[in-house]
Design a protein around this ligand. Structure first.
Ligand SMILES: Nc1ncnc2c1ncn2[C@@H]1O[C@H](COP(=O)(O)OP(=O)(O)O)[C@@H](O)[C@H]1O
Ligand SMILES: [Mg+2]
Length: 170
């Protein structure tokens, strides 16, 4: 059972024209968004980005939908203070040791983006991330403005990237 049309994940690319592009995974509750994110995190893990370096995965999991990935990813946060810390550190690319790409996944981002500080930080990542090798991966129930905490900047930034719709199947 797969939640996205055949080939979508095979065709998934972190970059477009050499520049990292953001992702948005969207669909209703239980459509398999988190399931799809796991597959993308696996792709992060399998992707080399020069030499032995790999993609660095940072994950915000406010509803603790995938606690098991904590040990598999480079950074993981579930509670608001730690989420703010993670997001504010995400653009500190000098800490990117030997890695040319960092993904910042926010599962159930509509909850996180209701927090003003998180929304501001996510917007900074959306704007300044790609030139610094940092990309945002937002997971939301809708592509409408409310799902991005009302931020048109975030809505536009991810809608121009990889738009992946999860559909419950099986
Ligand atoms: N392709 C799949 N194969 C097996 N189980 C799946 C698949 N997609 C979703 N599920 C299961 O269905 C339930 C809902 O999926 P989930 O990814 O949590 O949805 P969402 O994040 O959209 O709410 C979970 O229990 C998940 O394990
Ligand atoms: Mg989910």
């Amino acid at each position: 059972m797969t939640n996205v049309p055949n080939g979508v994940l095979d065709a998934y690319a972190h970059h477009r024209d050499g520049v990292p592009v953001h992702d948005v995974i969207w669909g209703p509750i239980a459509s398999g968004k988190t399931h799809t994110v796991r597959q993308l995190l696996h792709k992060d893990y399998m992707t080399e980005c020069g030499g032995d370096a790999v993609v660095e995965s940072w994950v915000v999991d406010v509803n603790m939908s995938m606690p098991d990935v904590e040990d598999l990813v480079n950074r993981y946060a579930t509670k608001l203070p730690a989420i703010r810390d993670l997001l504010s550190a995400a653009l500190m690319v000098d800490l990117l040791t030997g890695c040319t790409l960092r993904t910042v996944t926010i599962d159930d981002a509509h909850h996180v983006l209701n927090d003003g500080e998180c929304r501001f930080l996510a917007r900074q990542i959306a704007k300044y991330g790609p030139r610094n090798g940092v990309k945002l991966r937002l997971v939301v129930p809708s592509l409408e403005l409310w799902a991005f905490g009302g931020s048109a900047v975030l809505q536009a930034a991810v809608s121009e990237g990889n738009v992946i719709k999860a559909v419950r199947r099986g």
